[in-house]
Design a protein. Structure first.
Length: 344
């Protein structure tokens, strides 16, 4: 292992709020010699994989969202990482240990031991801590089971079904005995949903010019929707909500169609509340942080499926710390499948 004293500390500093697509111009890349000084109880880590997630773009709104305030300018971009311990003055941690942490877009960090989660590479792939056994898995599992409450034989529709959360929701819904329609962009992604993840149906929303056309295709396949797990919003949601069945459950997990340019003034679709009234349906927003205290519960259920290969967790890995801003923007251009990571 390289001596910490000879390393460079690299950081992406968030400098300018993006109004549309995001790029390197909204950040500054800083490099300086790594300070290896540790206080008692601290650990020095080196990040190897960086999680890239839609919530990062939400935090760049000028208005409060689910945080009390927007992501502050002139600070390291926040985010989760999988890292290796370089040095430790904390009991229980030693050089070479693998951990996950929320240390953001920087190559190294000094953290208190209680800010780390130990990882065992013998139990699951290390990167699973950023995907199926991390925040996306937590969102998918509790969002579906507690807000969606699918029953065997019901129809579950998942938008953004080829993404980190959507691809897991699709598989979890199948394990509940539901019939599942995945909506994604492009024929290749739809084939993957059907042939690899086991979706009953898949629809390429890009093949439809408007909500009416997309809605007609969904109705022809499903006959109606019992649970809608929404990662996308916009035209796709306009198409689905008129198709809901009696007592349907609508789970709002994300509105990714609105994040590049619509955070300040989101598009307003047709007035849809009357459909909720007619069908006595419920609509609920879910955030991963609401279930953070239940991570162990989710892992007890899902981790054995991961170990046995009963859950597929696709990863798209972009090489290079310098690619982080580009990777974040690619979330909104459909360039990835499954969980998006940057490897340092």
């Amino acid at each position: 292992m390289t001596s910490p004293a000879s390393l460079t500390h690299s950081q992406w500093i968030y400098r300018k709020q993006p109004l549309g697509q995001i790029g390197a111009e909204h950040y500054e890349l800083l490099r300086r010699p790594l300070d290896t000084t540790l206080d008692e109880g601290e650990v020095l880590i080196e990040a190897r994989w960086f999680s890239v997630d839609p919530y990062m773009r939400i935090g760049q709104s000028s208005k409060p969202t689910y945080d009390s305030a927007p992501h502050p300018l002139d600070t390291v971009q926040a985010g989760a990482v999988v890292a290796r311990v370089l040095a430790s003055r904390a009991p229980g941690y030693a050089a070479g240990d693998w951990v996950s942490a929320y240390s953001g877009w920087q190559s190294h960090a000094r953290l208190r031991a209680d800010a780390l989660t130990r990882l065992d590479p013998q139990q699951a792939p290390l990167t699973a801590a950023l995907g199926v056994l991390g925040m996306p898995g937590r969102t998918a599992w509790f969002g579906l089971t507690e807000a969606g409450r699918p029953h065997a034989g019901e129809v579950v529709v998942v938008s953004g079904a080829a993404g980190a959360v959507g691809s897991l929701v699709l598989q979890f819904a199948k394990r509940h005995g539901a019939r599942v329609l995945g909506i994604a962009g492009g024929a290749a992604k739809c084939a993957w949903l059907r042939d690899t993840l086991g979706a009953d149906w898949a629809i390429d929303y890009k093949a439809h010019p408007d909500a009416a056309s997309l809605g007609a295709a969904i109705l022809a396949l499903t006959g109606g929707v019992d649970v809608y797990f929404d990662n996308v919003g916009g035209m796709v949601t306009d198409a689905v909500i008129p198709l809901i069945n009696r007592r349907a459950r609508i789970v709002i997990c994300g509105q990714i169609s609105q994040y590049s340019g619509g955070l300040e003034t989101p598009e307003l679709g047709p007035r849809l509340l009357h459909h909720l009234l007619y069908q006595r349906a419920t609509i609920q927003g879910v955030l991963a942080r609401d279930y953070l205290h239940r991570m162990d519960e989710m892992r007890r259920i899902v981790a054995p499926w991961v170990r046995d290969g009963r859950i597929i967790f696709e990863e798209t890995v972009i090489e290079g710390f310098e690619q982080l801003p580009h990777a974040l923007n690619s979330l909104f251009t459909g360039e990835h499948r499954g969980k998006l990571l940057v490897q340092a």
